[in-house]
Ligand binder design. Structure first.
Ligand code: PGA
Length: 254
């Protein structure tokens, strides 16, 4: 089902598998049109199915991701990619190595820089020099975050250091099953930076996200729910949700 509301687009699919296929289709379309597209992908559980689909398509030669420029969305402060709790390191195993993105095309957040303020500005410049994001693929945090733009993040925020909320720290700790300690600060791409992307795709799966997705799409936009700012992107925003995640959208789906 495709529905246009306020110009942004919502696609509700039966399950997480269909969401993953739909997201992979958008990546494939993007690189077919522009083989060296500038793309960001989320970390977490949500994109895992999409990564599997992309890895399968790359291995059978249906998609080529070797020329894309990949921008990472967030990283814990002080953590380098070879640390066990690095988000960049996680992405390396979960996607980058499987689909053959060369290391020179991977733009990690400068989480170990001495001068984080200068380094985050340099990250923004590197992105701008490549023309900005062609495609920003995002997941939705249980507290409404996108990347690590936590509640309170302004619509015009840029790439910066943020304090993580207890909820995000607990979410990360649960993901790692207590095997690593989660830092309390992170470097994240900004909401304003993401909003400049030519296409934004928000992936949402499962009934645990249903109430948050309702707040994102149906409540007034607010820094309390940073993902709600995505609606300002209008037609550049495409939300792909499975039936469980969309279960509380009511008339927003019509
Ligand atoms: P999840 O995380 O996919 O593990 O639910 C989403 C996010 O926090 O962006």
């Amino acid at each position: 089902m495709n529905t246009a509301v306020d110009r942004w687009k919502l696609t509700v699919v039966p399950d997480a598998r269909a969401m993953s296929e739909a997201a992979a289709d958008i990546v494939a379309e993007t690189v077919a049109a522009k083989p060296d597209a500038v793309i960001s992908v989320p970390t977490g559980s949500t994109p895992l199915g999409m990564f599997d689909v992309l890895a399968q398509r790359v291995s059978r030669g249906a998609v080529d991701l070797s020329r894309i420029q990949l921008f990472c969305l967030d990283e814990y402060v002080g953590v380098s990619p070879d640390d066990p709790n690095s988000l960049t390191g996680w992405l390396q195993d979960a996607l980058i190595d499987r689909v053959g993105i060369p290391s020179g095309h991977v733009h990690a957040l400068p989480a170990t820089a001495d001068d984080l303020s200068a380094a985050t500005e340099a990250y923004e410049h590197a992105l701008a020099a490549l023309g900005g994001l062609d495609l920003a693929l995002l997941g939705l945090g249980p507290n409404g975050h996108i990347a690590y733009n936590e509640p309170g993040s302004p619509v015009d925020s840029r790439t910066r250091v943020v304090d993580l909320t207890p909820e995000s720290i607990a979410q990360a700790a649960a993901y790692w099953e207590g095997e690593v300690s989660i830092p309390h600060t992170a470097v994240t791409i900004g909401v304003g930076t993401l909003l400049e992307a030519k296409r934004i795709v928000l992936l949402v799966s499962g009934d645990a996200k249903a109430e948050m997705l309702r707040r994102v799409l149906a409540d007034p936009m607010s820094a309390d729910v940073p993902a709600s700012w995505l609606r300002t992107a209008g037609a550049r925003l495409h939300v792909i949700a499975d039936e469980d995640a969309a279960s509380r959208l009511g008339s927003t789906r019509k």
